[in-house]
Design a protein around this ligand. Structure first.
Ligand SMILES: Nc1ncnc2c1ncn2[C@@H]1O[C@H](COP(=O)(O)OP(=O)(O)OP(=O)(O)O)[C@@H](O)[C@H]1O
Ligand SMILES: [Mg+2]
Length: 255
């Protein structure tokens, strides 16, 4: 079974990239072959997984794939055991403008991925904090959306708009698209606010919310600087526990 999961929330800093990197690594720990795709110009996922572009800018990235139709095989790099990455570039920041006039611009990622999907059990797409063309490409290419929400005031801010966008993408391009789950991130069980946000999110989304909650854990914030997943950085941290559990829940939901 092949699954393509887009990690989407137009709100910034909610845990999308942390989830993309560590869910992917968690799945690979379960013996799955996983491809991660970075389509955010910030290239945080690429850095998190240890990728650095060469200085003369000759490394091809998702920018070359989306803008110039480069073969995705030319950009994929192996980053950890069972874990591959198609990296992003800062150049993607102009993609909305540059691709705006291209016919079929919403389908570019889906088409680019088609030849490689069957090489992987899961493909995980880290989207930027906007509902622009890149996130749209992520949603069109995916079969599942995971929506990380931060356990903070305004957690559900913008969620209505996100759900509308998902409905529109499903209707216009991608009838197979489903919400794979809403994930509570940056959760601090000692704070009453976290608990009350979690209750509100569960009331709003019901069964769609993952049982697994990602707690705030300093190791999760430190791992990106070391260019590796939480499992390599500190496999015994609560962050590793939480993403291990999430990976099991994701696989369980598929079977
Ligand atoms: N559970 C966690 N515990 C501690 N720190 C975390 C946790 N999750 C994320 N962070 C940190 O919070 C910050 C934002 O997380 P992240 O980059 O994953 O969010 P994002 O939604 O991808 O942001 P953006 O919208 O900018 O792409 C990062 O510095 C990250 O290391
Ligand atoms: Mg991010």
């Amino acid at each position: 079974m092949i699954r393509t999961i887009a990690i989407v929330n137009q709100k910034g800093g909610v845990g999308k990239t942390t989830t993309a990197a560590n869910l992917a690594a968690g799945l690979s720990q379960l013996g799955k072959k996983v491809l991660t795709i970075d389509i955010d110009a910030q290239a945080n996922l690429s850095a998190h997984l240890g990728f650095s572009a060469d200085e003369n800018g000759e490394t091809k990235t998702m920018y070359d794939v989306l803008r110039y139709g480069a073969d995705i095989n030319e950009v994929v790099v192996q980053v950890e055991d069972g874990l591959a990455l198609a990296p992003a570039s800062l150049l993607l920041s102009a993609a909305d403008l540059e691709l705006g006039g291209v016919i079929g611009r919403e389908l570019l990622l889906k088409k680019a991925l088609a030849p490689v999907l069957e090489n992987y059990d899961y493909t995980i797409i880290d989207c930027p904090p906007s509902l622009g063309l890149l996130s749209l490409n992520g949603l069109v290419a995916a079969t599942r959306v995971i929506v990380p929400v931060q356990s903070e005031f305004l957690a559900l801010h913008g969620v209505r708009q996100l759900l509308d966008t998902i409905d529109q993408v499903r209707a216009a391009y991608n009838p197979a698209l489903r919400i794979g789950g809403v994930l509570l991130c940056l959760h601090d069980s000692r704070r009453r606010l976290s608990k009350s946000v979690a209750d509100t999110v569960r009331e709003y989304f019901g069964q769609l919310v993952f049982e697994t909650v990602i707690r705030t854990n300093v190791a999760l914030a430190e791992a990106p600087a070391k260019g590796c997943s939480i499992f390599r950085y500190d496999a015994r941290s609560t962050g590793a526990d939480d993403y291990r559990k999430l990976a099991q829940e994701v696989v369980g939901n598929d079977s």
